[in-house]
Design a protein around this ligand. Structure first.
Ligand code: BTN
Length: 267
């Protein structure tokens, strides 16, 4: 539904009217435009902002991607948001939280559209082999514990193909392109938040086991030959497993089991 501005804006009131969560988005900062929702959420979290707070924007002028890349966040096209979480899990497990976000978005897409997203290590979601969602978590530690995590999620929702910058057109997609119809972003956001909350509760009760297993089921590269690019280094081998800190375990051509903490996967 469009408001009097002519856009279906994600206002605070609009979001509150559709959410089904008890922890997430009880407090909302909704911007027309902001530099980066992650940056804003981080500064609020440092000030003690409560767990579950949602920061969302129609547009980001300095959207942050992994490895200091920009994240293209055009006005009114996507869901660009960050959540403040304060999980009571060991610091070494902080790297697993983005997997929780990944499967939550994938499951919400599946429920809402019938499309079946795949995951790509470490934190991408793909449809038809193209990326439609990226996740960037930023963690603050204190005395070897997690003080807070800002979980940043960017989902390309209503872009048409020609609305992507030319350099991304072949590798990016949106839910609208894949489904051939616009989505109601507020209703879809409510579904994503509900999935994250349910999976977060599961994490609190059962640890990361279920989450990692569900992530692995959506990962077509698991068990296959892949190349990992890490700065100037390249490693080839079989993507054998994820370890319990979220590192990729690569069986190299020499038979060694190598732990990959960060990098890009090529298949
Ligand atoms: C990636 O490089 O794949 C991660 C992209 C993460 C983008 C989201 S959009 C909302 C949040 N705010 C940011 O500045 N970045 C994340």
């Amino acid at each position: 539904m469009k408001d009097k501005s002519g856009f279906d804006l994600l206002s605070d009131d609009k979001i509150k009217s559709v959410i089904k969560t008890e922890l997430l988005a009880q407090k909302i900062y909704a911007f027309w435009s902001v530099g980066s929702t992650n940056e804003f959420a981080y500064s609020r979290a440092v000030q003690g902002e409560s767990e579950g707070t949602l920061v969302i924007a129609e547009q980001q002028s300095k959207g942050r991607g992994r490895k200091l890349h920009n994240w293209d966040s055009p006005f009114n096209k996507g869901l660009w948001f960050s959540l403040i979480l304060r999980p009571e899990v060991p610091a070494a497990r902080a790297g697993l939280v983005p997997y929780l976000a990944g499967i939550s978005v994938a499951e919400a897409v599946e429920t809402y559209t019938g499309l079946k997203p795949a995951v790509k290590w470490p934190n991408d979601l793909l449809l038809s082999g193209r990326k439609f969602c990226g996740i960037l978590s930023e963690v603050e530690f204190e005395n070897s514990k997690i003080k807070f995590i800002v979980l940043g999620i960017g989902i390309n929702v209503n872009h048409k193909k020609e609305e992507f910058p030319e350099e991304f057109r072949e590798m990016a997609t949106s839910l609208r392109i894949e489904r051939d119809a616009r989505l109601d972003r507020a209703d879809f956001l409510a579904e994503v938040l509900l999935r994250i909350e349910n999976n977060y509760n599961d994490l609190k009760q059962n640890g990361f086991k279920n989450i990692i297993n569900r992530w692995k089921k959506r990962c077509p590269q698991l068990g296959k030959k892949v190349t990992i690019v890490q700065n100037d280094e390249k490693y080839q081998g079989i993507f054998e497993d994820l370890n319990d800190e979220g590192c990729l375990m690569l069986r190299t051509n020499e038979g060694e089991l190598k732990k990959i903490v960060a990098g890009d996967l090529i298949f």
